[in-house]
Design a protein around this ligand. Structure first.
Ligand SMILES: Cc1cc2nc3c(=O)[nH]c(=O)nc-3n(C[C@H](O)[C@H](O)[C@H](O)COP(=O)(O)OP(=O)(O)OC[C@H]3O[C@@H](n4cnc5c(N)ncnc54)[C@H](O)[C@@H]3O)c2cc1C
Length: 244
């Protein structure tokens, strides 16, 4: 039985684009209708495969943006010099088809039975699986203490801004803007560093569980600083999106 389930996850399936939502100037959420989807847990990802008319294929991984039990969606940031993301964000239309396989990855899944404080730290599109975790936490009515620190370049680059603000009733949502801060900005300014984490992170003595996601260099910096603050490395879960 387990073998059948694994084969299912690793088999390419045809997905149909069921929704396209513009999140920011460069970010789109793409809802996918995948008839044989086995279900996913917040924090997992899937692989997308595109095939050109001449048979050339390109594969990329994308975090699943939705909570357990919700329809599958991914949120893609356009990298102007990228091969796949400009197609997904600019050219894909409702009803188009692409291949996906998944869900993939257990390590970055949050177990809602875990009662310890949750620390979520995102850089850019790294907020995608962390949004799925917060969404799942809210949908199941879980009230474990949770804190999101989210780094974006500018106010306009904050993905899911209004949805994240809604989680403030029951979680702390803290933004930092690295490039431009609008007048009256009350969040942080600048990149996430040791000093910011010393203020924002739950004290290590509270046995928190951290999820860190974003570009590779962001994740490595943040994970290193959390370990320096006393977090055991096994309590710092990381997902690297690539790039520097
Ligand atoms: C597990 C996993 C989950 C991911 N989830 C998401 C997601 O939810 N949303 C999303 O938008 N992307 C996500 N990514 C990144 C995604 O897989 C692609 O790498 C990204 O879309 C770029 O693909 P591309 O073909 O457009 O660029 P490429 O042609 O592959 O690369 C173009 C240039 O951009 C650089 N680059 C690649 N990735 C990044 C990055 N993340 N930041 C900065 N520079 C980069 C490359 O080094 C290269 O110089 C995820 C990656 C992994 C491994």
């Amino acid at each position: 039985m387990a073998g059948t389930a694994v084969r299912g996850r690793l088999t390419w399936q045809v997905a149909t684009v069921a929704a396209v939502i513009s999140e920011t100037d460069s970010v789109r959420t793409i809802g996918l209708d995948v008839p044989d989807w086995a279900g996913h847990n917040a924090g997992q990802h899937l692989d997308v495969r595109l095939t050109a008319e001449d048979g050339y294929t390109a594969e990329r991984s994308y975090s699943i943006a939705t909570a357990d039990g919700e329809p599958v969606a991914i949120t893609v940031e356009r990298l102007d010099d990228g091969e796949v993301s400009p197609y997904l964000t600019e050219e894909l239309r409702l009803g188009d088809q692409l291949e996906v396989r998944g869900p993939i990855g257990r390590w970055f899944v949050w177990d809602s039975g875990d009662g310890e404080p949750l620390l979520l730290i995102a850089g850019g599109s790294g907020v995608v699986p962390l949004r799925a975790i917060l969404r799942h936490r809210q949908l199941i009515g879980n009230h474990v203490p949770a804190r999101l620190l989210y780094s974006s370049r500018t106010l306009e680059d904050i993905i899911y801004h209004s949805e994240l603000d809604q989680y403030r009733d029951d979680a702390q949502v803290i933004y930092t803007l690295t490039r431009i801060q609008p007048p009256g900005w009350t969040g942080y300014a600048g990149r996430v560093d040791g000093a910011m984490l010393a203020e924002v992170a739950w004290p290590a003595g509270e046995q928190p569980l951290a999820f860190v996601c974003g570009p590779t260099s962001f994740v490595e910096t943040v994970a290193g600083e959390l370990v320096a603050l006393g977090y055991p490395s096994g309590r710092v879960k990381t997902e690297r999106f690539g790039g520097t």
